[in-house]
Write a new protein. Structure first.
Length: 197
């Protein structure tokens, strides 16, 4: 798929495009993430870009979008005021403010490492252990949505190609796949920067 094909297929009023990935970003890749965010925001009119407001890939993609139109940048955060100073979004929604539904909990529990923490969080706990669960819930909601939050329609990721689909990024990619949300990583989108149209 070329960049032009991606835009033609996805620049419509219900498109929510995930722009996110690993916290550790190679120095040589930082400008590429910013450039992709910038180009997508510049060349489209309707897409909403969604991130988790994490350091690294989320931040660099968001920088690019915000250079053009931060009103189309939405972040879902694990708790109120998460990385507030680094938040570039026009709209911020915290897991603390979302009415969680059974679907978001069910898909959050597909991460077996944190499955029991999800129940702990849902019991009302908000200590350091529960916060770990809020990150996985955030990663799930970014994909499946919630009341008043549309589900994602496409995921563009910066992954660790030496340890692919691991950690929170891997969980988000897995939830995308379980919900038939197409995903690509830098092996695909980096070509868009070389052959824009």
């Amino acid at each position: 798929m070329t960049l032009k094909q991606f835009i033609v297929q996805n620049d419509n009023s219900n498109s929510v495009i995930l722009l996110e990935g690993k916290r550790k970003v190679g120095i040589g890749d930082r400008d590429k993430l910013k450039e992709l965010g910038r180009i997508l925001a510049l060349e489209t009119e309707n897409m909403i870009f969604r991130s988790g407001n994490a350091d690294g890939a989320d931040y660099y993609f968001s920088l690019g979008v915000a250079m053009v139109d931060k009103s189309r940048l939405q972040v879902i955060t694990p708790y109120i005021n998460h990385r507030k100073k680094a938040n570039l979004a026009g709209e911020t929604i915290s897991v603390d403010e979302i009415k969680l539904n059974s679907e978001s909990i069910r898909f959050s529990k597909t991460n077996k490492k944190t499955e029991k923490l999800i129940d702990y969080y849902m019991s009302g706990k908000r200590d350091k252990h529960a916060i770990k669960a809020s990150y996985i819930i955030r990663d799930t909601i970014k994909v499946v949505g919630a009341d008043d939050i549309s589900p994602a329609t496409f995921g563009i990721f910066y992954d660790d190609l030496l340890d692919p689909k691991s950690g929170g990024t891997g969980h988000t990619m897995s939830v995308c796949e379980q919900n038939m949300v197409p995903v690509i990583d830098q092996r695909d989108w980096i070509k868009w920067l070389d052959n824009k149209f």
